[in-house]
Structure formats: structure tokens, C-alpha cells
Design a protein around this ligand. Structure first.
Ligand SMILES: Cc1ncc(COP(=O)(O)O)c(C=O)c1O
Length: 370
């Protein structure tokens, strides 16, 4: 079903601006409030944030540098950090700051804003693909090598949406050295990476590498819109100019809320490990009973598997809806994923086990097996 995933091509404005098809599909279904929700790509963390004094008042003042929290988190100077209103805004800011006007290679599968925003900023994009495997999806090196000859910027999401697998170490090393050799800058959307303690942010690979992240996915704080960009000082200076033009300032309530909870940021990461321990065995057993092969990614709160012979959009929109089940079809993220389904395990174990038994019934019905 072509057209559900992000589109590549030339600069786009007005009616040519590509939709984020995934959100067009997902938001109305999310609003249906289906009872069994396996669609979340981020942690559902029960934050209680009441009682923050003066939350709406200007957070700026003498001696306050709002970048300090992130500069400490990553062990870099504040001059290597710029805050933004979520990773999605970070993508636009980073492209505007790092582009030298050439074409942009964009990874597929991907979340629409990662691969489409360059077009809205007047640039041409070319797709590069990761190859499907039953474990880590690997870079199609022949294809990437060729495309990297003709671009000056590359957009990646190392912890790939929808499968949750990261670059293999060999692919990462290969990619970094190819991009250095070909003078390509890398913008790396790492919103899922803090669930992996061993992850080395891409900005550590050199001046041509930029890291973007936010508190949305791993910390369950998407609604407050807090993100950041880490890069070489000269790129961050461009980001600052772009930010002043396009946003102005950070939201004071956002900064004050994050200051209020900054000593609790480890709690969601611990909850993710708890959910993995409790929920993954339940999903693995259900898939085994269905004869579906799957190896969960080593980190994070979602993964995707193939259901041979089943169109997963159709399945979720018919049998899934009947049973009040929501999960996300792989085709939302890239071509060739019609039979893939993304499942999130970031909900409490009791609800998860119930939802997985409904999922098993739905898949069994779609496969027409008893
Ligand atoms: C790869 C990726 N980046 C960014 C986002 C959104 O992040 P934010 O809420 O910080 O804008 C998503 C949401 O699904 C995503 O999958």
C-alpha cells in the first residue's frame, strides 16, 4: 500500500508539503481509546507534576543557563548544546544549521519528520534503506555508498522506528568513515537511545555529526516539548540563529517543569527495564504459539515483526478494531513493510498481558488458523 510511508523528492511547499501519513492514520485511532493499546513508541510514565511554583513565569535571569542540564547529562560544554521544543523541532533546526545546500540522504524506514523536513526547508532528498533481517537491520552498503557520493547531509535514526534495533557496530563504524571521507554531515535522531546505557551519541564521532534527542520517548514527557541538539560549536551557533528566527525562546513552563523533576530522570529508564522483564516473555510466547519468528531488540520499548501473508493495516482496521486493539502497521515507516506490525510494551504488565491475548486472537483470525 504505497503512500502511507514518508515520501522523498524535491523541495516542497504549499500543497506539495508531504503529510506525516503515520500521524494522519494514528491520531484518529488513538482518539477512539481502544481498550488494548499496544501502539505506544514511548514510555507511559505516571508523572505527577502538580505544585510547581511560578511555573508560567520567565525562567531566565542572571547566572541561569538553561543548557546546563543537558551539558552535564552528556559531559559537554554548554556551547555544544542548544535546547528546542522537542526532537521534531530539533530536526528542522539542525537541517537548517548544517545544510550546505546539497541533496539530503534520508534513511528508510523512518518517522516522517526525520525524512521529510528537509524538503520543506527547500532541499532535495534521496532515500537510503536498511535491509530487513530477523535481528538488527543492516545498512545496504552498496546503495548508501553510491547515494553518499551525491549528498552533503544524511538523516538517520540509529534506534530504528519501527523495529527498535540499532546500527550494528560494524555498520556504525563503516558509516562514520564513509561520511567523513565523502564530507557528509550526519544528523542523528536519538530519541530512543537513552534506554540503552551503552549508547555512544553520534556527535562523539566528530565535527560532522549532530545528535538530537528529547524527553518524549524514554521519559514519557512528550507533552512538555523539551528537546536538544548537540554538535560542534559552529553548527550550534547556526542553530541559535535559526532558533531565534523560528521559535524565539524556550517555553518557561517547560524549563521549570524539567528543573523540577531533573533528579528523577533515571526513574523512567528503570521502569523500561522492569517492563521489558515482565512483558517481553509474554509477547515472545504468544508469537511462538503463532509460529512467528521474532528476536526482540536488546533495548527500548517497542519492536516489530512480520506476519506472513497478512496486510497489517487491514488487520488493525478490521479485526483489530472489532476487538478494540491498536498497534501500528510497519508500512507507516517505509516501503515493503506491509506485513510488519509494531508492538510497544511500555504499559503495566496486567494490561499488557490482556492486550497480548487479544493480539494473539486477532493474528490467529487474520491468519485463519485455529
Ligand atoms: C524517530 C523519532 N523522532 C522524533 C519523534 C518525536 O519526538 P518529539 O516529541 O521530541 O518531537 C518521534 C515520534 O514518534 C520519532 O519516532
Amino acid at each position: 500500500m504505497a503512500g502511507n510511508y514518508p515520501g522523498t523528492g524535491g523541495p516542497a511547499r504549499g500543497s506539495e508539503i508531504p503529510p506525516v501519513s503515520y500521524l494522519q492514520w494514528y491520531i484518529p485511532r488513538l482518539k477512539e481509546n481502544r481498550k488494548h493499546n499496544l501502539s505506544f513508541s514511548g514510555l507511559q510514565f505516571p508523572w505527577e507534576l502538580e505544585g510547581i511554583e511560578n511555573v508560567w513565569k520567565d525562567h531566565r535571569g542572571p547566572g541561569i543557563d538553561e543548557r546546563e542540564l543537558i551539558s552535564k547529562m552528556y559531559g559537554v560544554s554548554v556551547d555544544n548544546v542548544h535546547l528546542c521544543m522537542g526532537a521534531t523541532q530539533g530536526i528542522a533546526l539542525a537541517i537548517s544549521a548544517a545544510s550546505r545546500g546539497g541533496k539530503v540522504a534520508v534513511e528508510m524506514p523512518s518517522y516522517g519528520p526525520v525524512s521529510q523536513t528537509a524538503r520543506i526547508l527547500g532541499l532535495e532528498t534521496v532515500a537510503v534503506h536498511r535491509i530487513t533481517t530477523s535481528t538488527a537491520w543492516v545498512i545496504d552498503r552498496d546503495e548508501w555508498s553510491l547515494v553518499l557520493e551525491s549528498v552533503d547531509l544524511l538523516m538517520v535514526t540509529p534506534q530504528l522506528n519501527p523495529v527498535g534495533w540499532s546500527f550494528t557496530e560494524e555498520d556504525r563504524n563503516w558509516l562514520v568513515s564513509e561520511c567523513k571521507r565523502k564530507d557528509v554531515r550526519i544528523i542523528s535522531d536519538e530519541v530512543y537511545s537513552r534506554a540503552d546505557n551503552s549508547w555512544r551519541p553520534m556527535f562523539t564521532e566528530g565535527d560532522n555529526c549532530i545528535t538530537i534527542s528529547s524527553l518524549t520517548k524514554v521519559h514519557g514527557l512528550g507533552v512538555i516539548r523539551y528537546g536538544w541538539i548537540i554538535a560542534d560549536e559552529s553548527i550550534i551557533a547556526n542553530v541559535a540563529n535559526s532558533f531565534h528566527n523560528m521559535e524565539g525562546m524556550m517555553s518557561s513552563p517547560t524549563i521549570r517543569i524539567v528543573e523540577h523533576i531533573k533528579n528523577r530522570l533515571h526513574e523512567p529508564v528503570e521502569l523500561i527495564e522492569h517492563y521489558r522483564e515482565k512483558n517481553l516473555p509474554v509477547l515472545i510466547s504468544a508469537l511462538e504459539r503463532l509460529g512467528i519468528e521474532w528476536t526482540p531488540p536488546p533495548h527500548g520499548v517497542f519492536g516489530a515483526f512480520r506476519i506472513p501473508g497478512v496486510n497489517t493495516i487491514e488487520m488493525i482496521d478490521t479485526i483489530g478494531k472489532e476487538h478494540s486493539l491498536l498497534a501500528v502497521p510497519g508500512i507507516m515507516f517505509g516501503p515493503g513493510l506491509e506485513e510488519w506490525l509494531r508492538i510497544g510494551w511500555s504499559i503495566d504488565p496486567v494490561s499488557f498481558a490482556e492486550a497480548v491475548s487479544v493480539l494473539e486472537l486477532v493474528i490467529r483470525t487474520a491468519l485463519d488458523i485455529t
